[in-house]
Design a protein around this ligand. Structure first.
Ligand SMILES: [Zn+2]
Length: 854
């Protein structure tokens, strides 16, 4: 079938009047679309889904009215408007009346319900149109290149408020108890960026950023949680205006917290919608990680106002650039806002996560052909956001920040209010840098996977070579090569060498003035590749850890574990390496270490678990000792967050009884006096108390989840419910994923957490195999897909077979290569278990060695 609408009729303006009925969960609509007809047509094709079109007519330029009729093709999500006489070429007006439903699936025009403090239920109506659900709100040309101006009027009960993309221009009575709220015209933009939100909503005072008022909206009673988002929002808006060199394209900027929201947030121009955890936060009570999440998401969405909204991809294959760029800009802005957060170092964790997927045979290129719009749903993944942002960062570092920014400005200037493609950005960056950008970038964008750079001693220097990195062996080694901007840093007799080189098809000798004391490849850590050092070079590096930057130590651990997973180094060697990080102070390096032990925990047999717990306790002991349980004056946020992470690890993965006891005691104090516990330690306490807890703790946490005072508190207690280890408590949590106790936006992620835990995975898998149809009905599609990632933790040959049969017999479609990726990740883990299980058990059975003196 042809996925694109014909271009013989194109819209330039929509005047839309919608009247939602929140109680009945329906809406009535009327729209007048200014269309340009380029050749005579007797039918007009446009998108509509779950709508009933009640009347159709065209008012032609010369004053004729032609009545038509509508036929709906639900499968194709299209309306075919037929006319008895052909509509001549020209500028006409298409007038449609229609009705629709406010659905509960968190897409299109939908209903979200919440309970107020007194327990009374309230409803709001909100939209989520990306990628292709504007057609559920009004009949339209629902393709990103069909940009138009939107003039919106919402008819609502007098007691409610309505928010859309632009300022309110007027309110007028519209029948008993109703008012019509009219909004200013939008800029020329794509349908997927249109937004309506209707309900009992409150807004903060506007913060003025130049001429733009910035506000946060939420359901009543939560305005005190909006300050932090306003702060980063105001900073980001100003930062981007300067960076892009163009004013903000809207006439106001509202950010709205929606109680039910499938994604993290949505960049509707002027009316950005968020799930509550991504916007509202109690700044004083939240952990660093929780605040960082809000800052990231807010900066990301505001970055889209230019990159995405002002200039939009031509078709859905361009989603990657939209999202990769917003992610890159988010990091740039947050890093400028809070340099002490070292956001680019923390980004190493995200880059490594993308490498986890991109090291699969079932990976995909960042950009690929998208024919059906549905295919682009699978594009919202780690490869689009994190790999995409990584390669943009690599390019930015290669070109220099200023040249890169100049190229971006050129691109936005050239294409504003219009659409563009990846090649247009390369062209602009090429014009700004006078360098052949596609030559370097095409391999990273249009080909799947990434290279492993192999480093060997070569005289007094080193030799670099490359091949593709995959976790599972390849039948025949490929000849694929990338153009890799590599930075080499070495310590030699008379100082340091810091050298950028471009590694291509041929092996590359890098001369050094003398034999190095140590050498780091991927210095600065921006490269999207892994590094394998020859043994003598690795030894030199690991005895000079303090000379490396945190991101370089992070990459060292992350690469070493990936090599062990791929069978390129023995896993006991890897566990030995982790003993060298006793004095480590960087949180990201610890994240890599803790993540690898968690993986090993899912792979080893149950009898080996106490030995792994002992190893974990030994590895983190010195750092916990150093940091203690209480925040110290003068500490930065990252240290505080690290304390929380390490205590959590000691009490859960390390299963340390003394830590569990102390966590219980401290939590008891917190009940009496909330100021007794540091906000970065509290989430760890909750997790530890759950892991070691019984029914009374469970009941308490369930109660606290239901009565949470902030979205973050709600999340902590919700996920704590998935951390209890007693089977009857696990069963209770499982039931809540389908009985409506947990919101459908969260339940799939709770299910995933249950599948991933070694204590609950068996019960969770059983529950999933009997309840998946209910889940498919209840959960929003994007989250439903991600739940299944949990099956990658079902590490045994029997489970692997069951998982394979489950998907094959149920014909579950997850879109793109998602399912194949989960199955391959499971294969890698099972293979690791078969290959390394005995060696790991033997290694772990030895008493852990104290870290070597240095
Ligand atoms: Zn985005």
């Amino acid at each position: 079938m042809d996925y694109r609408l014909p271009t013989t009729v194109v819209p330039s303006r929509y005047d839309i009047r919608l009247e939602p009925d929140l109680e009945a969960a329906t809406f009535a609509g009327h729209e007048t679309i200014a269309i340009t007809v380029s050749e005579p047509v007797s039918e007009i094709l446009l998108n509509a889904a779950e709508l009933v079109i009640r009347s159709v007519r065209v008012q032609t330029a010369d004053g004729q009215t032609v009545e038509g009729s509508a036929g709906l093709d639900e499968a194709a999500e299209r309306a075919r408007l037929a006319f008895p006489t052909p509509i001549p070429p020209g500028e006409h007006r298409l007038v449609l009346a229609f009705t629709g439903v406010l659905n509960d699936r968190l897409h299109g025009f939908y209903r979200s319900t919440y309970k107020d403090a007194a327990g009374a239920s309230h409803t709001i109506a909100a939209t989520q149109f990306e990628a292709t659900d504007a057609r559920r709100g009004f009949p339209c040309w629902d393709e990103p290149m069909c940009k138009a101006v939107f003039g919106v009027t919402l008819v609502i009960p007098e007691s409610l408020v309505a928010v859309s993309n632009t300022r309110v221009t007027g309110e007028s009575p519209a029948g008993p108890g109703k008012k019509a709220v009219a909004f200013a015209d939008t800029i020329r933009m794509s349908t997927y960026l249109v937004a309506f939100v209707v309900g009992e909503l409150e807004a903060t005072e506007a913060v003025m950023v130049g001429p733009t008022p910035l506000r946060v909206w939420c359901v009543p009673g939560k305005l005190h949680l909006a300050r932090f988002a306003l702060d980063i929002g105001a900073f980001a808006l100003d930062y981007f205006e300067r960076y892009y060199g163009l004013p903000y394209p809207g006439d106001k900027l509202d950010m709205l917290a929606i109680p039910d929201f499938a994604a993290g947030a949505m960049e509707n121009l002027g009316a950005i919608t968020y799930r509550e955890t991504a916007l509202l936060v109690d700044e004083a009570a939240a952990s660093h990680a929780e605040r960082e999440r809000v800052a990231d998401v807010v900066a990301h969405e505001i970055a889209h106002m230019w990159f995405g909204d002002l200039v939009t991809m031509l078709w859905w294959n361009g989603i990657w650039l939209n999202e990769a760029f917003a992610t890159f800009m988010e990091l740039l802005a947050v890093d400028a806002w809070k340099p002490e957060w070292k956001r680019w170092t923390t980004f190493g964790v995200s880059r490594a996560a993308a490498m986890g997927v991109d090291g699969l045979h079932h990976t995909r290129p960042i950009e690929f052909e998208v024919r059906a719009p549905r295919d682009c749903e699978a594009m919202f993944d780690l490869l689009t956001y994190e790999k995409g942002a990584s390669v943009l960062r690599m390019l930015e570092q290669h070109l220099s920040g200023d040249v890169f920014r100049d190229g971006v400005r050129l691109y936005l200037e050239r294409h504003r209010f219009g659409n563009a493609e990846t090649t247009d950005l390369w062209k602009a960056l090429g014009d700004a840098s006078r360098l052949p950008i596609p030559e370097v970038m095409d391999g990273w964008i249009f080909r799947p996977g990434y290279p492993l750079v192999i480093v060997e001693p070569d005289g007094t220097g080193i030799k670099l070579s490359q091949r593709r990195f995959t976790y599972l062996p390849t039948e025949s080694p490929t000849s694929e090569r990338w153009k890799i901007p590599v930075r080499v840093r070495a310590s030699v007799k008379r100082g340091f060498v810091d050298k950028p080189v471009l590694l291509g098809d041929e092996d590359l000798a890098v001369a050094l003035p003398a034999a190095p004391e140590w050498v780091v490849v991927n210095a600065g850590g921006h490269g999207f590749y892994r590094v394998q050092y020859a043994a003598p070079l690795l030894r030199k590096m690991t005895s000079s850890l303090k000379k490396l930057a945190p991101i370089e130590r992070f990459n060292l651990v992350s690469d070493a574990f990936a090599l062990a997973q791929a069978g390129l180094t023995p896993s006991p060697d890897y566990l030995d390496l982790t003993a060298r990080f006793g004095e480590e102070t960087d949180r990201n390096v610890w994240t890599a270490l803790i993540g690898s032990w968690g993986y090993v925990n899912r792979v080893i047999a149950d009898p080996a678990r106490p030995d792994l717990e002992a190893l974990v306790r030994q590895r983190v002991a010195a750092a916990v000792e150093r940091l203690g349980w209480e925040a110290q004056p003068g500490e930065d946020e990252l240290e505080r967050q690290l304390r929380g992470d390490l205590l959590r690890t000691l009490g859960t993965l390390g299963n340390d009884p003394a830590t569990q006891e102390r966590a219980r005691a401290l939590y008891a104090r917190y009940r009496e006096d909330e100021s007794a516990v540091d906000p970065d330690v509290l989430p760890a306490l909750i997790a530890i108390v759950a892991a070691a807890g019984g029914e009374s703790e469970y009941d308490e946490f369930l109660q606290r989840f239901k009565a949470a005072r902030s979205p973050q508190e709600e999340q902590r207690y919700l996920y704590a419910l998935a951390a209890f280890r007693q089977p009857e408590l696990i069963r209770r949590t499982l039931e809540q994923t389908t009985n409506g106790e947990v919101r459908s936006q969260d339940a799939p992620f709770v299910m995933r957490a249950l599948l991933v835990s070694v204590y609950s995975r068996r019960l969770a898998w059983e529950y999933l195999t009997t309840s998946w149809e209910t889940m498919a009905r209840q959960y929003p599609g994007s989250a439903y897909r991600r739940m299944y990632e949990g099956v990658t933790a079902l590490v045994s040959p029997e489970w692997e077979r069951e998982v394979g049969e489950f998907f094959a017999s149920r014909k579950i479609v997850l879109g793109g290569k998602t399912l194949e990726q989960y199955l391959e990740q499971l294969r890698i883990a099972v293979r690791f278990q078969e290959r390394e299980g005995a060696a790991l058990a033997a290694y772990l059975a030895k008493p852990p060695r104290p870290p070597r003196a240095r």
